[in-house]
Write a protein that binds this ligand. Sequence first.
Ligand SMILES: [Zn+2]
Ligand SMILES: [Zn+2]
Length: 183
Amino acid sequence: MKNNKTQPEILLPERACELCGFDSGDALELHVGEDVLVILKNQMTAMELIHVISMISEMSTDLTVALAKACGRCNNCDDEDDGTGQNDPAKWVERCSLCGDLLDGSQNIQIPGYLLEEAGISSGAKLEASADRDIGKITVTEAENQYDISDVPPGILNVLAQSGICLAELDELIMAEDIIYGK
Ligand SMILES: [Zn+2]
Ligand SMILES: [Zn+2]
């Protein structure tokens, strides 16, 4: 790996470099995203590029399966089931009112900006609500969790929904921040 003075040296395991075919003459580039770092050669032939694409799409499939397994299938979230569409996973989430609401965002709490301002809550904050039946009162507060299902990109959400994965469980897993991969 090329080392120039403006960049820190990164040591890669020798065996890994042998396997992937990096040699000391290759200049590498880092692709950095939230929670991910990918190292690629900064110049590639068509076939080298195809190897990269193939590896990344295989990983993407494996990781999606891992996420789906952690969530499990939606069994209509234990609600009454009319038995229709049993063999069509895409229908499972559609028929489940809880998961369906999570998919189309209709469960999101909407509060007018002036009320948020009066409460000292910023306009982009996540909100949660609790209800008290006895006095007919709904209390809305700023949510404690950093992420929830509204932070999942629509592409990923739709793949899971089409496969009948329980979105209510996904929402729970995101908010709980438990380790669900590599435990
Ligand atoms: Zn469910
Ligand atoms: Zn459901």
